[in-house]
Design a protein. Structure first.
Length: 241
């Protein structure tokens, strides 16, 4: 009798073990079937770093060269063409002022981009220096048309006087703040003196790319935040009242 009860207990234990095993085995198989990369999109949308910010474009209807493209877009295009040409960084003095297309520094990106929009930046800077030499400390009372328009401090003074001065505060993911940073804007940095053009291309967080030449050649790149801590000027040209 005792043997019979013992056998029954053993059978019950075996049956329970089989049932438990099958349950966990089934759960394991179901887990294998469900893709592990399924993520609730609503969760993603609530994580700022994974969202793409759409920044409103400001349109200034000024077309200096009457080519059907507004100046800010023309300046971006001119800067982008410079980046595509990839002139090597070379700081030198040139009789007549202009370096060859295969060479340049950060300031050459600016006047070449302005030329694409129909502006002779050299002529404008030289004229303003002649008429207001005391306002240009870098000139030190002795204008030199061969180099003045290619010096960052001089361009900073020129844009302070003849462009719209804009915010220096930059906030990723903040649409209202980012709206103030538009493609074609000029940005100036110190230590060392440097200047570039904001691109109309942006990162997911709304920060614009920077078009500039800091060596070894001109680029359009996600460099703005690297330079941003040194920013001293943010301008938009032409100045519109």
């Amino acid at each position: 009798m005792k043997k019979g009860i013992k056998v029954v207990y053993i059978l019950i234990i075996v049956l329970i073990s089989i049932l438990v095993f099958n349950k966990y085995s089934l759960d394991f198989k179901v887990a294998e079937i469900i893709p592990k990369n399924i993520v609730d999109n609503n969760i993603l949308d609530n994580i700022p770093i994974l969202k793409t910010v759409d920044v409103e474009k400001i349109v200034i209807p000024v077309d200096k060269d009457n080519d059907g493209i507004y100046d800010l877009d023309d300046i971006v295009e001119g800067g982008r063409l410079e980046a595509q040409r990839r002139p090597i960084y070379k700081s030198a003095y040139y009789q007549g002022g202009y370096p060859p297309e295969t060479e340049g520094v950060c300031t050459d990106v600016i006047w070449r981009a302005f030329k694409n929009a129909g502006y002779d930046l050299k002529e404008m800077v030289d004229k303003d220096i002649r008429n207001n030499v005391r306002l240009y400390p870098r000139v030190n009372g002795k204008p030199d048309p061969n180099i003045d328009f290619r010096r960052v401090p001089n361009l900073d003074v020129f844009f302070k006087r003849h462009a719209t001065s804009l915010t220096l505060v930059l906030k990723p993911y903040d649409k209202e703040n980012l709206k103030q940073w538009q493609g074609g804007d000029i940005v100036v940095f110190k230590n060392p003196g440097h200047i570039g053009i904001l691109s109309d291309k942006r990162r997911r967080d709304g920060i614009p790319y920077l078009i500039h030449n800091a060596g070894p050649y001109a680029v359009e790149a996600d460099d703005f935040l690297l330079w941003y801590p040194k920013i001293i000027g943010h301008y938009r040209f032409p100045k519109v009242d």
